[in-house]
Design a protein around this ligand. Structure first.
Ligand SMILES: Nc1ncnc2c1ncn2[C@@H]1O[C@H](COP(=O)(O)OP(=O)(O)OP(=O)(O)O)[C@@H](O)[C@H]1O
Ligand SMILES: [Mg+2]
Length: 244
């Protein structure tokens, strides 16, 4: 990577990092305002909107920091982890988001899942980015479904996230893993910046795995992730056992 690219990335990362402080402060002041006494309906509504906006800003900052981190090739720790627990936790965290979108989550975890060598935060990020997409690109006003199926054999753990949402046309499909690539979805503006899948692919590859996608417009999309059971960490990745 060029020096220019390195310093640009570092500056973006620094700005994103600096944004955390004012976001945190604004949240604190909203909490204080809420404690001042009974609020009227309008005050409550406006503060609620401010909190939502801050939440979105926070998510954006986190995505930028994660993208910058994967681009930097910085070390992450690998450990033996129970992938079913990671999946269950992520699903649980996204249940309210699915409810908001009127989407039903169906999860099936096979007996072959077992243990996997990897980085818990990275894998959790992969699963939640895919689930978030599957939920938010559901068909509007049409109570869709999202299925997460996972199982494993001696060598591979396979995680499939499928939805019956709006789908992706073939001209876009090849580019959705590109950094900042988004599909224009017509009238309805769906929030996002186009970093989620870029991060997914980078993190899966960090584990020596592969991600693939199939989709049909108006029918739905299926992402399949295959992770080697004993992930051999790339050179830039620190193995906990080796570094202990
Ligand atoms: N399950 C899905 N169904 C339909 N389209 C999808 C799905 N997942 C991804 N896409 C398309 O691929 C694009 C890239 O996805 P990606 O997750 O990288 O970015 P995003 O969701 O737009 O923003 P964010 O960075 O907040 O995740 C999306 O803008 C969307 O058009
Ligand atoms: Mg996304």
């Amino acid at each position: 990577m060029s020096d220019y690219h390195d310093s640009w990335l570092e500056n973006i990362r620094m700005v994103a990092h600096e944004l955390k402080t004012p976001i945190f402060a604004a949240r604190g002041f909203i909490d204080l305002a809420e404690n001042l006494g009974p609020l009227n309906e309008k005050q409550e509504q406006y503060l609620g909107r401010a909190i939502d906006s801050l939440g979105r800003m926070e998510r954006l900052v986190l995505l930028i920091l994660q993208a910058a981190r994967v681009d930097s090739g910085k070390a992450v720790r690998f450990e033996e982890l129970n992938i079913a627990n990671v999946i269950e936790r992520d699903v649980h965290q996204l249940e309210p988001f699915a409810d908001q979108h009127n989407v039903k989550l169906h999860v099936e975890l096979g007996a072959g899942l077992g243990l996997l060598r990897g980085n818990i935060d990275s894998l959790s990020q992969v699963i939640s980015n895919l689930l978030t997409n599957a939920i938010k690109y559901s068909k509007p006003n049409d109570g869709g479904s999202v299925w997460l199926n996972a199982d494993g054999d001696d060598q591979w753990v396979t995680i499939v996230v499928r939805d019956d949402g709006i789908g992706i046309s073939s001209e876009h499909l090849a580019r959705i893993f590109d950094r900042f690539y988004r599909v224009e979805n017509g009238k309805q503006k769906i929030e996002g910046v186009g970093l989620g899948l870029y991060i997914v692919r980078a993190l899966v590859e960090q584990h020596g795995g592969v991600v693939s996608v199939e989709s049909a417009v108006d029918q739905g999309t299926t992402f399949t992730i295959r992770l080697p059971r004993i992930a051999k960490p790339p050179e830039s990745v620190v193995d906990e056992a080796a570094s202990a």
